[in-house]
Design a binder for this molecule. Structure first.
Ligand code: CMP
Length: 137
């Protein structure tokens, strides 16, 4: 059993497809352990994506992630990190395989519907970034 963090990004929240995306998780062996809808500040978004601070897309990424509410979710299941990434598809929706979340709900590499932890270690850090111990019992 693993846990991973998913973020439903502002583009998907605005499209009103939160439920459809969660359906993908639940229909593929992942369970919602904890969930909340929040508006990220520039500081919170910048800290969350600190690893990308030097990348040319960093400012656009922070602007986009603070442009509307997001839904942060702790998912649990067998091989949850890998499974979530398979369900999401390629970072660039144009390269994502049909049937993946990004191919079906996203428009561009910036507005790409979802974020998912890329390793078990990052999943632990990202879950702790957004959720208290009491919220993930
Ligand atoms: P995400 O999985 O949330 O992690 C970082 C985000 O930066 C990524 O999804 C994309 O939405 C965004 N991004 C924009 N341009 C790029 C790029 N060239 N390579 C990777 N990520 C990018």
């Amino acid at each position: 059993m693993e846990r991973t963090l998913s973020i439903i990004k502002p583009d998907a929240v605005k499209k009103n497809v939160i439920g459809k995306i969660i359906d993908r998780f639940e229909n593929n062996g992942l369970r919602v352990v904890s969930i909340k809808k929040i508006l990220l500040s520039e500081v919170i978004a910048g800290n969350f994506y600190a690893i990308h601070k030097e990348r040319p897309f960093f400012n656009d990424l922070v602007r986009f992630m603070t442009s509307g509410s997001v839904v942060v979710i702790v998912l649990e299941g067998e091989n949850a990190v890998k499974k979530n990434r398979e369900l999401m598809g390629d970072t660039d929706p144009k390269k994502a395989i049909k049937g993946t979340i990004r191919a079906d709900f996203a428009e561009s590499i910036d507005a790409n519907a979802v974020h998912g932890s890329d390793s078990l270690e990052n999943a632990k850090n990202e879950i702790a970034f957004f959720f208290s111990q009491a919220e993930i019992q």
